[in-house]
Design a protein around this ligand. Structure first.
Ligand code: IPE
Ligand code: IPE
Ligand code: MG
Length: 235
């Protein structure tokens, strides 16, 4: 039996280099990356993936020039307000992970709107990591846990590695497949808690070049992997 992964996560990296190698502005690479994301979400939904997490902007990406950050924020607003309409019509529900602080109010408004517009969709959850950092997520979860312990909402004994998920930005299942495009072999502060037993794929391609055939190949390979979770092979 071929097991369809439940949760796929993608570090969408390499937009800037894709553009620079073509003598285009980095912003053109981000636009091209946006198209790849739309295709990726439609394909994931089509083949029955229930959870798709994507890294759109990290807390550390604020270190970039104001011009690049502004371009990215405006592009995200355009995607949330218009460009993701087809994805939404296909039944995709959008949620966000990340800190709200430091984001512009027009970005927050567009985020809140798309969450509201898609809240009753059920087929696939698209978790967009925006102003996201995995270490920040763990720190934020720890603070909430501290507060709930102090207020007797939870007891020390309740806390274990499964329960901890409830305190992350979104209570999603663990990641089955983690893909990084962009020819780098690192996690760059992305979903560290949820990736504990993820099968990891580093792709020798920039994100604008990533297509549904790549995802198909990865899933085929994933279905051959022996996920032991610390146990030994039983057959
Ligand atoms: C990923 O592409 C998108 C974001 C980080 C927002 P990059 O912009 O990091 O592209 P490269 O890695 O510089 O090529
Ligand atoms: C990770 O890519 C963040 C996103 C894809 C949004 P980066 O380009 O920011 O990562 P580094 O700087 O190469 O580690
Ligand atoms: Mg990069």
């Amino acid at each position: 039996m071929n097991i369809i992964p439940k949760h796929i996560a993608v570090i969408m990296d390499g937009n800037g280099r894709w553009a620079q190698e073509r003598n285009l502005k980095r912003s053109e690479g981000h636009k091209a990356g946006g198209k790849s994301l739309e295709q990726l979400a439609l394909y994931a939904k089509k083949i029955g993936i229930k959870y798709l997490s994507v890294y759109a902007f990290s807390t550390d990406n604020f270190k970039r020039s104001k011009e690049e950050v502004d371009f990215l924020m405006n592009l995200l607003i355009y995607y949330f307000n218009e460009k993701l309409d087809r994805v939404i019509k296909e039944g995709v529900k959008v949620v966000f992970s990340g800190r709200r602080e430091n984001l512009r109010t027009d970005v927050l408004e567009a985020m809140d709107n798309i969450v509201k517009r898609t809240k009753n969709n059920k087929d696939c959850i698209l978790n967009i990591c925006l102003n996201y950092g995995a270490q920040e997520e763990i720190v934020d979860a720890t603070l909430k846990i501290h507060e709930d312990l102090n207020n007797n909402i939870i007891q020390k004994e309740t806390l274990n590695r499964e329960f901890y998920y409830k305190y992350l930005y979104q209570n999603l299942p663990p990641i089955d497949i983690l893909i990084r495009t962009g020819k780098e072999h690192r996690l760059s502060n992305f979903m560290l808690y949820q990736s504990s037993y993820a099968e990891i794929y580093f792709l020798d391609k920039y994100f604008p070049e990533f297509n549904s055939n790549d995802l198909k190949d990865i899933i085929n390979d994933y279905q051959k992997r022996d996920r032991r979770f610390g146990n030994v092979k039983t057959n």
